[in-house]
Design a protein around this ligand. Structure first.
Ligand SMILES: O=C(O)C(=O)Cc1ccccc1
Length: 277
């Protein structure tokens, strides 16, 4: 058994489990009940790494994931893992369906199939796609379906009624590989390069400072790959900014830090999503 522990949103068979297998197939994979539990397990070093779904190519940003990273000084991001996501319908029958269960992210990726095949059926969000499949498979009334993965069905021998119900066949979720900041903070900065993707989190005393930051970034021909804001939770209409970009030098990063209120380099990792040339 590997001494490396990787936490993921379980039970086994979730897309987070697929991301953990891609990130470190030989590690001990630790199933956790919620995304918050994954982040807490990484922060407390109960696990060496954790997987956090941060963005989907159909749905966009996973907002609850950003809220778990907000003001979090215990987490570093070491890598991004892209997982193709193909959804299956698991259950007993497509007739007399009363409920459709899945992780909230899944519903938004399968809107067309749901509308065409389960009009009027209640979509019920649960903690994960595998938890949904477990509930649907155990429902004795046979009126509950789940959106889940082939891996989950194979793992538990669940019955697949329909495959590939996602709206976009290229549907893909980007996961962040999390680690303890205590362990990795020095190496993130010592190994920082502008060729890699920089993930920054910061707040500003005045929104006009964002103009200064954009102006500095444009000077370096930086390529933005993602920009997300979340409420600061201090004053209405003030924000925590999350920026991912490629081409940022350490010198410019330190200049940006100097004009921010709170500033954290979440990570600096190989860019796997955006054409930069
Ligand atoms: O519930 C899962 O399988 C997860 O890992 C969260 C999720 C759900 C849908 C797409 C990507 C990740």
């Amino acid at each position: 058994m590997s001494s490396i522990k990787v936490g993921f949103l379980g039970p086994k068979g979730t897309f987070s489990n697929k991301a953990a297998l891609l990130a470190n197939p030989d590690a001990a994979h630790i199933s956790l009940p919620t995304l918050s539990a994954v982040v807490e397990a990484v922060e407390s070093r109960q696990v060496n790494f954790g997987l956090l779904p941060i963005e989907n190519s159909t749905n966009g940003s996973v907002i609850p994931a950003y809220d778990l990273l907000k003001y979090n000084r215990g987490i570093a991001v070491l890598d991004e893992i892209l997982v193709p996501v193909h959804h299956c319908i698991i259950g007993h029958s497509l007739d007399n369906v009363s409920r459709l269960l899945s992780h909230p992210q899944a519903f938004g990726q399968c809107t067309g199939w749901i509308k065409n095949n389960l009009p009027g059926v209640t979509s019920v969000p649960v903690n994960s796609t595998s938890h949904a499949a477990e509930m649907a498979s155990k429902d004795q009334t046979g009126t509950t379906l789940a959106i889940s993965s082939q891996l989950c069905a194979d793992t538990y021998n669940y019955n697949i009624l329909v495959k590939d119900v996602e709206d976009d066949p290229n549907n893909c979720t980007r996961f962040l590989l999390l680690a303890s900041r205590v362990v990795n903070e020095v190496s993130i900065m010592s190994e920082f390069t502008r060729e890699k993707k920089a993930f920054l989190q910061f707040t500003l005393s005045h929104p006009k400072k964002l103009n200064h930051i954009f102006r500095m970034l444009l000077q370096e021909d930086v390529i933005f790959t993602n920009l997300v804001t979340r409420p600061s939770s201090h004053n209405p209409w003030t924000y925590v900014y999350f920026i991912e970009c490629v081409g940022l030098s350490l010198t410019m990063l330190l200049r940006i830090e100097s004009i921010c209120d709170e500033f954290t380099v979440m990570g600096n990792y190989e860019n796997k999503t955006t054409r930069v040339v």
